[in-house]
Design a protein. Structure first.
Length: 229
């Protein structure tokens, strides 16, 4: 464990605000605790999961988005220095290069906006107020599920976290492997909740980057629309 500590990278800056200081601000929403039980087995979820592109015109609840974010990148063993601790998804060298944003358009008890997921606190930090779904849809070449879904998870990566330790191997391999692990968790958890999702990798990189309140060194990788099916 000790040998991992020198590789913990610098704090991410979002709109000039560090992740740590953002957590102290007032726009922090603590999420409901995730459930650790389900009536649907992992085998059923593996069998039933599909990429779903149309959703009911119904809100998602805060508990549902909480559960999905936890499944994606939630802390399962607290440990200082590892961006909150070891997580539901494996990560090369526990470098955790991913950042997750919840884009809320129709989530009960959550104003429309963009929120950064803070795994260590299982909380959301508000980074933008307003509905960005239409802009994100345009960036995703007009894929309508991005505009119509009540919520989206947008993944970005800070490649330096992986390259700082692994050089080009971190960039060429590990970041996207980490992404795949986490995104599959979203697919499986969504299935257990009667929620559909679809990994969206087709988008205009610059347009998506412009639409998101993210740091310069954050690279958007996936949009995952979420909605009842
Ligand atoms: C890297 C990646 C990028 C993808 N990008 C898109 C996309 O932009 N739009 C889309 O509708 N589906 C996208 N998909 C979903 C695939 O089309 C889908 O996984 C595939 O058709 C198999 O269907 P299934 O997921 O239901 O098994 C993507 C999947 C992956 C793994």
């Amino acid at each position: 464990m000790k040998n991992l500590l020198p590789f913990i990278t610098a704090v991410t800056l979002i709109n000039g605000v560090s992740a740590e200081s953002a957590q102290k601000g007032s726009d922090i929403i603590t999420l409901p605790k995730p459930k650790l039980e389900s009536k649907i087995s992992v085998e059923e979820a593996l069998q039933g999961r599909r990429s779903e592109r149309s959703y009911k015109n119904e809100p998602l609840s805060l508990s549902e988005v909480s559960q999905l974010l936890w499944a994606a990148y939630g802390v399962t063993r607290k440990m200082p220095g590892f961006r909150g601790g070891l997580k539901t998804a494996p990560s090369a060298g526990a470098t955790y290069p991913l950042e997750l944003y919840l884009v809320a358009g129709n989530v009960t008890d959550l104003p429309k906006g963009i929120y950064r997921y803070v795994p260590g606190q299982h909380a959301l930090a508000k980074v933008f107020a307003g509905d960005k779904r239409a802009e994100l849809c345009a960036a995703a070449h007009g894929q309508s599920m991005v505009r119509n879904a009540p919520a989206l998870i947008v993944y970005t990566a800070i490649y330096e976290r992986a390259t700082g330790r692994y050089g080009t191997r971190g960039k060429d391999r590990y970041v996207c492997m980490d992404l795949g692990h986490s995104a599959q968790n979203v697919y499986l958890q969504a299935y257990t909740l009667g929620i559909g999702t679809c990994a969206v990798g087709a988008f205009d990189d610059n347009a998506l980057k412009k639409a998101l309140p993210i740091a310069k060194n954050e690279i958007p990788l996936y949009i995952m629309p979420l909605g009842k099916i």
